[in-house]
Design a protein around this ligand. Structure first.
Ligand code: NOJ
Length: 498
């Protein structure tokens, strides 16, 4: 069957309320959006005076490390297809669009001494066009792509970079703050501090257990400074947050409860505890374990840096709502504790993670479709941090190329049902859901091999053609009606469209 006909059929069935049992609807002010990030979609990596980012440098220097040996020099070329992408957003009927600003496009030197006219013009156009289309911009200020000039000074291991981030933030607030009401300082610090300073991502540092923690420390400092800058020095018109990430960490057995909670504290609590807990500072379990292991490893001081009392105080409560990226779940067991001579984050955390092979797979090795994990992580945040308002800033799934993405429809539908239950039955205070991603994009070290888009991008075509997948029809129906189709409707569609 022609894809267009399938999509129409899809809409007819989904929108038809009366045929099936009662629908599940989200609360009145609940918002639906989609997300992207600058490096992953913009292309135009050296257009005009744009500076080089660590991801430009890394992918150019090490194509062999990227799964398909590609880079994001052009990617989906959103820089030149901005209006087309806004058309897709309108077509979807989402209420907001989460995108990121490339620091090196606005400040080519990385510092605020030079502000790029062309860089500012691009984001001004994007923001203005979104607003004209009735779509609220939700801006991520940092989505992995540090200016290379700042990496040359040590990147996030250098405390001064936190000050440079604040300078950059000031430029953003002054330039776009009259129209942007939602700001996210950092996207997924756990992931980029761990994978960038102790893994395989840019900037390619291999110092897990040292630089990883320095990175986290300076990110937290930068975040707090930026929060206070926004609320105390700017004409703040909106809210500001940070986006933290974790897949749900489920204890593999009853005996693994401690290990599972330790994993949650090392992954999410690392950043959430200083900001959201009553006591502030790093989670006690991180402090104790890393201090103790550092001692046993014969270091004169802990590898986990120490906040001053003023810093602890200034970090507390620095979100107006908390951003959550979550995709999947893991089963956690106790690790095999040993004092390794080579310190590492993994050794400090000391857990063993695996996934149940019966959970439906995606096209990403780490991502299985586990909706109950979504409900559990939302409840855990509610219980652990005294019921903060939450915005789900990312949730999504990858597929192989192709428009009949039935597995994505199942994934989104299952996760939205779990979310609905968390809000309505468990009373978790979730205000918005953001699907990752609007369009296919450069999936970091996996290159273009994993597709997360509601819209497929034909990278081989001259104009990087975007085509809606079935999931776009599904999601659009939810975003427009704020209700989920009945399970019978979804099953019917799955069976007929397979
Ligand atoms: C999290 C990241 O923020 C985003 O950049 C990435 O593409 C998705 N997860 C999918 O892995």
């Amino acid at each position: 069957m022609e894809v267009a006909i399938r999509i129409i059929l899809f809409c007819v069935v989904l929108c038809h309320g009366g045929t099936f049992a009662e629908k599940l609807c989200f609360p009145k002010n609940f918002l639906f959006g989609v997300s992207t990030s600058a490096f992953q979609i913009e292309g135009a990596w050296n257009y005009s005076d744009k500076g080089e980012s660590i991801w430009d440098r890394y992918t150019h220097q090490h194509p062999e490390r990227v799964f398909d040996h590609t880079n994001a020099d052009v990617a989906a070329d959103s820089f030149h297809h901005l209006r087309e992408d806004i058309k897709l957003l309108k077509e979807l009927g989402v209420q907001y669009y989460r995108f990121s600003i490339a620091w090196s496009r606005v400040l080519p030197t990385g510092f605020s001494n030079v502000v790029s006219t062309d860089g500012v013009k691009y984001y001004n156009t994007l923001i203005d066009e979104l607003i004209a289309a009735g779509i609220k911009p939700l801006v991520t200020m940092y989505h992995y792509d540090l200016p290379q000039s700042l990496q040359d000074l040590g990147g996030w291991t250098n405390p001064a970079v936190a000050d440079y981030f604040k300078d950059y933030a000031r430029v953003l607030f002054n330039t776009f703050g009259d129209r942007v009401e939602g700001w996210i300082t950092f996207n997924e610090p756990y992931t980029f501090c761990l994978s960038g300073y102790g893994g395989n991502d840019a900037p390619g540092m291999q110092s897990s257990g040292f630089e990883t923690y320095l990175c986290g420390h300076n990110i937290l400092r930068a975040h707090a400074m930026t929060y206070h800058l926004y609320h105390n020095e700017m004409d703040a018109r909106g809210f500001i947050t940070i986006t933290l990430d974790m897949s749900w960490m489920e204890a593999a057995t009853k005996d693994d409860e401690d290990a599972a909670e330790r994993a949650r504290q090392f992954i999410f609590g690392w950043f959430a505890h200083p900001i959201l807990s009553k006591e502030g500072d790093y989670p006690p379990v991180m402090r104790q374990r890393i201090d103790e292991l550092s001692r046993k490893q014969n270091f004169p001081r802990s590898r986990l840096p120490v906040f001053t009392p003023e810093e602890v105080k200034s970090l507390k409560g620095t979100v107006d709502i908390i951003g959550l990226n979550t995709y999947s779940a893991y089963l956690v067991s106790e690790g095999h504790s040993k004092v390794d001579k080579t310190p590492s984050f993994q050794n400090d955390m000391n857990v063993y993670l695996r996934q149940d092979p019966t959970w439906p797979r995606s096209n990403s090795s780490w991502l299985r479709d586990v909706p109950w994990g979504f409900r559990k992580i939302l409840n855990w945040i509610k219980e652990t941090y005294n019921n903060p308002p939450i915005v789900v800033t990312e949730n999504g799934v990858s597929t192989v190329p192709g428009l009949k993405d039935v597995s994505r429809v199942s994934y989104i539908d299952g996760h939205l049902r779990a979310l609905h239950a968390a809000i309505v039955e468990d009373k978790v205070d979730v205000r918005g859901y953001t699907y990752w991603s609007l369009i296919d994009n450069f999936e970091w070290m996996r290159g273009f091999s994993e597709r997360f888009g509601l819209y497929e991008v034909d990278y081989a075509s001259a104009n990087k053609r975007r085509t809606p997948r079935l999931s776009a029809a599904y999601y659009s129906n939810v975003a427009r009606t704020s209700c989920l189709p009945t399970p019978q409707a979804v099953t019917w569609l799955r069976n007929h469209l397979q």
